[in-house]
Write a protein that binds this ligand. Structure first.
Ligand code: TXA
Ligand code: MG
Length: 353
């Protein structure tokens, strides 16, 4: 299959819109930019189209998809119930990087929800995604547009690297803004529960709807075989770069020292080493040709860190790093969201110094 790439800024909206609509109506796949990460979109009400998403990504079929809408008129046919908490959160955070789990309507096929009686709904704020959904009126099932297990795509090139030849179209609108996937909150049970941390924090949610519990599986190390996160996708190995990633946590100067030590050892053994540093520390690492230092952003603005996180993991792969050592970023208000992704990428390999 030939994958067509449209650069949104260089193409008349009427052109990419009508081409994308045609593909979606025929059950095809279009990768779209959103404010969080690129999504791989198909008609959420078409079970065959949803099946193609799983096939293209190599995604386990019990891992449900998020359905994207453009306005509140579209939610009625997708859910069997809209609790007051959901309305209030929608007013505050939609369009934006928040996904709500709600009881599904009969119209939403089990092929989209991975066999669950609930459906995940999000109203993205990205102008191109909104325009496409608004004009076509098609609710779009869209997981992140990466091969299952690989870092989520924050640029159209990432989508191309993973899915070229497997999907009909990529809409390229450059790098995304936020860089980590939406916050997921489950509103289908008694108490609202955070299933995936993201840009919208637990505190921000609590300010609107009161107490929010946190799925204990979120930051826990997967030691227990019965570990079963409520968002099925949270249980899979995720975001993994090809090299072995280790997170080093502790006081900044000790962390730098430890990473230098570890990387010297591996380089002596003949391995290529990658170091994930920050603007503040990048010049403190002694490195030569067998070692690459990349800054993930600045500690004075943690949004720069989430923005670059998945890109840096992919760049480490391109640089063929065998061992990757990363500083840790748990301190800020989005520390949970950032560390959740990095810990999964590291297969929970972390040391404290
Ligand atoms: O920011 C985002 O959410 C991006 C963009 C494209 O919108 N999408 C995204 O989708 O990250 P995906 O498929 O990579 O992650 C969806 C997560 C998975 O962990 C999945 O298990 C969970 O949402 N999920 C979906 N439906 C669910 C449901 N009914 N109950 C519990 N978890 C659900
Ligand atoms: Mg994903």
């Amino acid at each position: 299959m030939k994958t067509i790439v449209y650069k949104i800024g260089d193409t008349e909206a009427s052109v990419w819109l009508s081409e994308a609509e045609k593909i979606l109506k025929e059950g095809g796949l279009v990768a779209i930019p959103t404010e969080t990460v690129y999504g791989l979109a198909a008609n959420a009400l078409d079970e065959g189209a949803a099946a193609r998403i799983y096939e293209a990504k190599g995604r386990p079929s019990d891992n449900p998809l998020i359905v994207h809408i453009a306005d509140m008129d579209m939610i009625g046919e997708l859910v069997s119930e809209l609790p007051d908490t959901a309305r209030r959160l929608a007013e505050h955070f939609w369009p934006g990087p928040l996904t709500m789990i709600l009881p599904k309507s009969e119209k939403v096929p089990y092929g989209t929800t991975g066999g669950l009686d609930t459906v995940a709904i999000r109203m993205p704020s990205h102008p191109a995604a909104r325009k496409l959904i608004h004009e076509t009126r098609i609710p779009l099932a869209a997981p992140s547009a990466n091969t299952s297990g690989r870092p989520s795509p924050t640029r159209a090139e990432h989508v191309f690297d993973d899915l070229n030849g497997k999907i009909e179209m990529i809409l390229d609108d450059g790098p995304v803004g936020i860089g980590i996937e939406s916050t997921i909150i489950d509103l289908s049970g008694e108490t609202p529960m955070l299933l995936r941390p993201g840009y919208i924090t637990r505190e921000m949610l609590s300010e609107v709807i009161g107490s929010v519990e946190v799925d204990p599986a979120i930051l826990e190390v997967n030691k227990d075989k019965d570990f079963r996160p409520k968002a099925p996708g949270m249980k899979y190995k995720h975001y993994a770069p090809k090299g072995s990633l280790l997170l080093v946590s502790g006081d900044a100067d000790k962390v730098v020292e430890k990473i230098c030590l570890l990387s010297d050892e591996k380089r002596k053994e003949g391995f290529k080493v990658g170091i994930i540093a920050t603007d503040e520390t990048k010049d403190l690492y002694r490195c030569d040709s067998d070692c690459i230092v990349m800054s993930i952003g600045t500690r004075s603005d943690e949004d720069t860190i989430s923005h670059n996180l998945f890109d840096i993991l992919r760049r480490m792969d391109k640089a063929e790093a065998d061992y990757i050592y990363s500083e840790s970023f748990g301190e800020g208000i989005r520390g949970d969201a950032i560390m959740n992704r990095l810990l999964k990428a590291a297969g929970y390999q972390q040391i404290f110094v």
